[in-house]
Design a protein around this ligand. Structure first.
Ligand SMILES: [Ca+2]
Ligand SMILES: [Ca+2]
Ligand SMILES: [Ca+2]
Length: 154
């Protein structure tokens, strides 16, 4: 039997290296401890002192401790839009043709892309396009009732 390979000096070291690497890479997950109650859990899993949250300093190093912060004098979080009536709505509800604020302030000052309505669509006063079939069906599909105006009801 040829044991030449087993006696090759490189093999034990290589094996050790593989073993060590395996152990080392398994370790971080094993040693992750939950943050304690006074700490803030960053999106990247780091624990930071709760006092460092929303202090305008990126302590998590992924910015997550500075997200959703309510700034002094502001009632909405930074991911929200503050309506003129002080209501807070999600930012993506701004300029989506829906009056989410209730006072229309999320739909004012909008630069709507000037997409023409399709052939079978009706252009609402608020520029939303709805299927022509929805016109005069007693449902406010435009959300500004313009599809229910000037209807000849029989
Ligand atoms: Ca911070
Ligand atoms: Ca809206
Ligand atoms: Ca309708």
């Amino acid at each position: 039997m040829n044991l030449k390979f087993c006696r090759f000096d490189g093999w034990p070291q290589l094996l050790m290296a593989v073993l060590l690497c395996t152990v080392a890479s398994a370790n971080p997950t094993d040693s992750t401890e939950p943050c304690d109650e006074s700490q803030f859990v960053c999106a990247n899993g780091h624990c930071i002192n709760g006092h460092f949250r929303c202090d305008n300093d990126d302590d998590c190093q992924d910015g997550s401790d500075e997200l959703e912060c309510i700034l002094p004098g502001q009632t909405c979080t930074i991911s929200e839009f503050e309506c003129e009536n002080r209501k807070c709505i999600r930012k993506w509800y701004v300029c989506d043709f829906d009056n989410d604020c209730g006072d229309g302030s999320d739909e004012s000052n909008c630069n709507y892309p000037d997409v023409p309505c399709g052939e079978d669509e009706f252009r609402c006063s608020n520029r939303r396009c709805i299927p022509t079939l929805f016109r005069c069906d007693y449902v406010d599909d435009c959300r500004d009732r313009s599809d229910e105006l000037d209807c000849i009801r029989g």
